[in-house]
Design a protein around this ligand. Structure first.
Ligand code: ADP
Ligand code: RBF
Ligand code: MG
Length: 384
């Protein structure tokens, strides 16, 4: 793919990050002088490219530097900003400019995090918008960076890639300093290619001589309430590789009888409603229709990819295990593609985020109605 063969002259992400940090730590004073008025106006347009940015928004500012976007965000009412940069020197300066009283925990304010956005823990999000201003040419891998950023966003959230001096200007830097700027900025066609297999849609690309703004969006509506997918089966034993130990037990459905239905389905994480055909001794609550998240995939994180598995984690604390019992699910939406995480802690953190998304999506009026779908049997005939 074109974007992968750019002239990257730095051997690894770590080396790139070290180089970026050292370079920008030595340049902080260049970023403390006021910017020309016309550049400030372009920064304002960059921030303005995200619709609905306002007081309730949580914003990620990647490669914030000393924070040249932040007062434009604040002018739109944004209070909650996480500024991420590899250069601690830049962030020291940023904190002096924007220090706000208490920024502990989830309080709104301008907070900083020093490091590679790819290592930013999921609990820092989810964000409504992520800005990459004048930094997207400097990241080690543009696709991986976008994927990670997409996963930090809420459904419908935006990513803005921008440069207030334009794509051609940055191309000059890339030519002259390919170690520091290993990539060009993608034009419309390159951007389409870059996001082709990512959960992102290109909303607009403004590619003018002295202003570049590309706006991407995580699909807004994950739901496919118009075409719900019904799956059912008797729960089988999985690999016993510790979903339960991870705190997320998954009832595995035998994939073979579902093959025809699964054929059209991209591998990934889904949500919907589930009901268990309980054993007589189980309490009525176990028989109710509960929210669920489902992974359809090959579990690349765990090691060698396995055969296709369909795993349903029901958001309910059951009184006992239910191997062999019948489980019915109605799948109503897609959350994200299955991915190879760099370890179990990142996978678990992401699954927690998936659960959060599923919970809130299923409360939407058009999805909550499926809790009483005809495929589900009355909660407990014995109890009337
Ligand atoms: P396996 O590898 O055999 O699937 P897991 O560690 O994934 O083992 O545990 C799955 C089993 O845990 C399910 O088959 C079910 O019997 C039980 N279980 C208990 N609570 C839940 C739940 N909330 N969602 C799904 N399965 C659950
Ligand atoms: N495994 C992966 O390798 N990559 C994933 O992206 C992934 N996402 C999951 C999302 C959810 C909601 C659930 C319940 C499981 C997911 N899994 C994923 C599967 C996980 O690896 C599996 O449940 C455990 O390995 C136990 O089999
Ligand atoms: Mg399982």
């Amino acid at each position: 793919m074109a974007h992968r063969v750019s002239c990257r002259t730095v051997a690894s992400r770590e080396e790139n990050n070290k180089l970026q940090a050292a370079t920008f730590n030595s340049k902080v004073e260049h970023f403390t002088v006021p910017l020309p008025q016309e550049v400030e106006e372009r920064l304002e347009q960059i921030v303005g490219s995200v619709p609905e940015l306002g007081p309730g928004s949580r914003v990620l500012d990647v490669g914030s530097g000393t924070g040249c976007l932040i007062h434009h965000m604040q002018a739109r009412g944004v209070q909650d900003v996480l500024a991420v940069d590899l250069s601690s020197g830049m962030l020291d300066e940023l904190r002096q400019r924007f220090s706000s009283g208490s920024t502990c925990g989830n309080n709104a304010g301008v907070r900083t995090w020093c490091g590679d956005v790819q290592s930013l823990p999921a609990y820092q999000g989810p964000f409504d918008a992520a800005f990459f201003n004048a930094v997207f040419g400097n990241v080690y891998d543009q696709r991986d960076t976008l994927l990670h950023a997409a996963l930090l966003l809420k459904p419908g959230g935006h990513i803005v890639l921008s440069h207030p001096l334009g794509r051609q200007w940055l191309a000059g830097l890339h030519r002259d300093a390919p170690r520091l700027v290993p990539h060009d900025l993608p034009d419309q066609a390159a951007l389409q290619q870059l996001v082709a297999d990512l959960p992102l849609e290109v909303r607009s690309v403004r590619d003018e001589p002295d202003l570049y703004i590309a706006v991407l969006q995580v699909p807004k509506c994950y739901a496919f309430a118009q075409s719900p997918l019904y799956l059912e089966g008797a729960v089988v034993t999985g690999f016993g590789r510790g979903s339960k130990q991870m705190g997320v037990p998954t009832a595995n459905l035998p994939p073979e009888p579902l093959a025809a239905k699964l054929e059209q389905l991209p591998l990934g994480v889904y949500f919907g409603w589930a009901q268990l055909d309980t054993a007589p001794e189980q309490p009525p609550a176990d028989r109710e229709v509960h929210k669920m998240v489902m992974n359809v995939g090959r579990r690349p994180t765990i090691g060698k990819e396995t055969d296709l598995t369909v795993e349903v984690h029901v958001l309910h604390k059951f009184s006992q295990d239910f191997y062999g019992r019948h489980l019915r699910v109605v799948t109503l939406g897609y959350i994200r593609p299955e991915m190879k995480f760099d370890g179990l802690p990142s996978l678990i953190a992401r699954i927690k985020a998936d659960i959060g998304i599923a919970k809130s999506q299923l409360d939407l009026p058009e999805l909550v109605t499926f809790q009483r779908d005809r495929i589900f049997t009355a909660a407990d005939p014995q109890q009337g």
